[in-house]
Write a protein that binds this ligand. Structure first.
Ligand code: PSU
Ligand code: MN
Length: 305
């Protein structure tokens, strides 16, 4: 096993015996939701994965060790630290290890650690993407380059419209990343199932997604996949409510000169403040929904291997 990597005994046993495993990220815990709902949600997500017959592997960096399968104490610690925890994307991994720091991993970094351990399916809320105004700022999430490179399927509810969703899909197309709608032909926009953006690939069942992942691997086509799973209708938000909160948050970020890795956490926190508890409830519901689908895909994939 990799010299910097600790795979928990439960995850290691599942991988060795070919059982289904689902990777879970930790920036969503530290930077994506407030305490204590973030910690509660992290534990609920793990339970949903187990109930669907897979083993959860929450991923982070603790004391400079790469952790695949995080214990409850570490989940609580990252949840309490919140935005004070180091947000670790690809570029930050080696630095975090060399300085023996704790870090919460983004989609990009979680994909890297999942692939290192041999985990191929990953559930989160939303992926990073091309920011609005990227033609001026060049702010494009490292998540997209990771999706182009690293062989992990990411189940998400699309992406928040803090991003330019049209440019995000163009980028993914250019970099050869398949985007599959689960029972939809429209790219979902996190809080709502609608973005107006059409997808060409639609799957009806987890087994269909597993067969696709198997074919991609058999062909030696490296790189990730986005599985876009719309928020359950009963938790969808009114497009105008969420839309105006996001517009305002984006304008404030620009006015305050927010840059670099701070941009996404700033926008997430502002949108949450501006929409109160409603957006948090939607956020939790869609993450649980994604965890369930990811577990079902992982179970199907394990049965094909
Ligand atoms: N979008 C969300 N919730 C999140 C994130 C994005 O709706 O929690 C987090 C994820 O960890 C994602 C990261 O990988 O932000 C992207 O950050 P950046 O844009 O700086 O690459
Ligand atoms: Mn960025």
């Amino acid at each position: 096993m990799h010299r910097y990597l600790d795979v928990s005994p439960e995850v290691a046993e599942a991988l060795a015996s070919g059982k289904a495993v689902v990777a879970l990220e930790s920036t969503i815990i530290s930077h994506g939701m407030p305490y204590p709902q973030n910690v509660e949600t992290a534990f609920r997500v793990e339970k949903v994965v187990r109930d669907a017959g897979a083993v959860p592997a929450t991923i982070a960096i603790m004391g400079g060790r790469l952790k695949v399968g995080l214990d409850a104490e570490a989940v609580r610690s990252l949840g309490k630290k919140g935005r004070d925890a180091v947000k670790v994307s690809r570029r930050d991994i080696a630095w975090t290890i060399a300085n023996r720091l704790d870090g919460a991993t983004t989609v990009a970094a979680t994909m890297i650690l999942a692939a290192m351990a041999g985990v191929r399916v990953f559930a989160t809320g939303g992926i990073g993407g091309v920011h609005r105004g990227a033609e001026r700022t060049m702010d494009i999430s490292a998540d997209l380059e990771e999706l182009a490179a690293t062989d992990v399927a990411v189940v998400c509810a699309g992406a928040k419209s803090i991003l330019d969703l049209s440019k995000t899909l163009e980028y993914l197309e250019t970099r050869g990343v398949p985007v599959i709608g689960f029972r939809t032909r429209e790219f979902p926009a996190f809080y709502t199932s609608r973005s107006g953006m059409t997808l060409e690939m639609r799957a009806e069942e987890p087994a269909d997604i597993a067969r696709f992942l198997r074919a991609k691997r058999d062909l030696g086509l490296s790189g990730g996949v986005v599985i876009a799973n719309p928020i359950p209708p009963e938790f969808e938000m009114e497009a105008s409510v969420i839309g105006s909160a996001i517009d305002r948050a984006v304008a404030e970020a620009e006015a305050q000169g927010i840059r670099g890795k701070e941009t996404t956490p700033f926008l997430l926190a502002r949108v949450k403040e501006l929409t109160g508890g409603e957006s948090l409830e939607s956020n939790i519901a869609l993450v649980l929904n994604n965890a369930k689908l990811a577990a079902m895909v992982a179970v199907e994939l394990a049965s094909l291997a």
